[in-house]
Design a protein around this ligand. Sequence first.
Ligand code: ADP
Ligand code: MG
Ligand code: ZN
Length: 493
Amino acid sequence: MTEIVAGAAVALLLFLGFLGVNVLPLVLIGVLLSFAYLLWERRGPTAAGRVETPVRHRVGFDEIGGQEHAKRELMEALDFLRYRDRIRQLGIRPLKGILLAGPPGTGKTLMAKAAATYTDSAFVAASGSEFVEMYVGIGAQRVRELFRRARQSARREGKDSAIIFIDEIDVIGGRRGAHSHQEYDQTLNQLLTEMDGMQTTSDPLVLVMAATNRIDALDPALLRPGRFDRIIKVDLPDKEGRLHILQIQTRNKPLAPSVDLEQVARETFGFSGAQLESLANEAAIIALREGKDRIEQSHFRDAIDKVLMGERTGRVPSREELRRVAVHELGHAIVSEIVRPGSVSHITISPRGNALGYVRQVPEGDTYLYTKDQLDGQIMVALAGAVAEELVYGNRSTGAQNDFEQASRLARTEVECGLSELGIVDAENLPQKLLDEEIRKILSSLEIKTKEMLERYRPVLEEFSGLLVQEESLDGDAFRAQLARRDALSHAG
Ligand code: ADP
Ligand code: MG
Ligand code: ZN
C-alpha cells in the first residue's frame, strides 16, 4: 500500500516536472508527509505493544508478603467486581478507581496483578511515563488506546471484567497547570473523561488501578468520587512482614537447616519487598559462588552487607592498615555491646563500598522514637572507633570521618528535640553559634565517657584485633562469647 502511494507520487512529480511546473515545493511537502507518516506508523504499533502486558504467570495474593491490612482492604474493594449483580441491585455506586500509594518496591504492581487474578479479570498495564511524549495529543491517544485494549483483552479472554493498571500515575496526574507543558493536561483530561464515561452496566466492566509514591503531588480532580476514590496505603513491611516476604522469596530455594529467616528479618529493618527479593537472590548467588548446594545463614549475612554497602572492593589494605581497621571496628563493637547488649550482629574488616570495615548492629526493633539515653549510646558507639585507635596507637586516622558526621547529626537531633541542656528550643530560630557550641559540648562529654569505657578493654582490643585480622569477620555471637570469656577472666583475676 505504502509502496503504491509512493510510486504514484513519484510518477506524478515526474509528469509535472515534464510539464515545466516547479516541483521543488511539492517534493519538500512530500518528504515531510512521508516522514510524518513513518513516525506515526512506528509509534502506532509500539504504543499498542507497550500498553499490553500479557499475563503468563497469574499472581495470587498469597505471593504478597506482609501488607495484610492493604490486602484485606483491597480484597474488600474488589468484592464489587465479584458480586457485581448484588451491587447493582442495591444501587451502589460502582468503584471505578483504586489508588495504591506507597514507597517503591513494596508490592503495588503485585497487588494489581493479584487483583486481576482474584476477580478473574483481564489485565493490562502501562506506566505514566509512557504517556509523555514531545508530541501533543499522543498521550491522550494512548489513554484511549489503553481503555480499548482492556475491553478487547477481556472479550478475547472471555472475561466479563478488566483491570487497567497505571504505574507512576503522578507523571500524568500531577496538578494541572503546575507545569507549562499542556501534553500532561491533555493526557490527564483524557483519563478523567474515560473514567467518567465508564458504566456499571457496561460489559466488560472496567476497573482502573494506579500506583504512586507521591500522593501529595496528585491533581485533586483524580481523587474525587467516581474516580480514584479508594486509596490504599502500601507501606514498607515491618518485621513480621519481612519474615513473610523472605519465606515467599525463598520458597523455591534450598535452605540449610541452620538458616534463621527470623534473624534475617530482624536485621533488615527498612528493606522493601523488592530489596528482600534481591537479598534472597544475592544469597543464592553467593552460595553458588562458594560451590554450595544450599543457602546458609552466612550467605544471607553477606547478602545483607552487599545490599546495604555495595560490592566488596578488590582493594587490599596492608597488614598494618588491617590491624588499625580491626582496632577501630572493635571499638565500635565493644561500646555497642556495653550500651545495648546483644546489639552487635557482625564485625568485618573486608573493605566494601567505600568503607574499610564496619560493624553491623541489630536494628533497635522497629523503633521510631528514641530516648536521650539511646541517642547518647549511639553517639558513643560512633565515637568509639577513633577513641579505640587513640588508645592503642596514640593517634587517630582519617577513617573516622563518617563516624563524626553521624555523631554530630545525632547530637544535633538531641538539641533540636529539646533533649540537651538548652532544654526546649525553637530549632528554626536557634542561633547557629549556640547550636554548634551545644553540639560540641555533647560530643566532648560523651567522648570522655567513651574513653573511660574503652580504657578497661584495652587488652581486649589488642588481643581481638589479631583474631579479627586473621578471621576477617566475626559474628555477633562469637564476639559476645569471646567478650564474656574475657570478662570472666578479668573478674577472676
Ligand atoms: P512496587 O510496584 O510497589 O514498586 P513491585 O510490586 O513492582 O513493587 O515489587 C517488585 C518485586 O519485589 C516483586 O516482583 C517481588 O519480587 C518483590 N516484592 C515487592 N513487594 C513484595 C511483597 N510484599 N511480597 C513479596 N514480594 C514482594
Ligand atoms: Mg512497580
Ligand atoms: Zn568507624
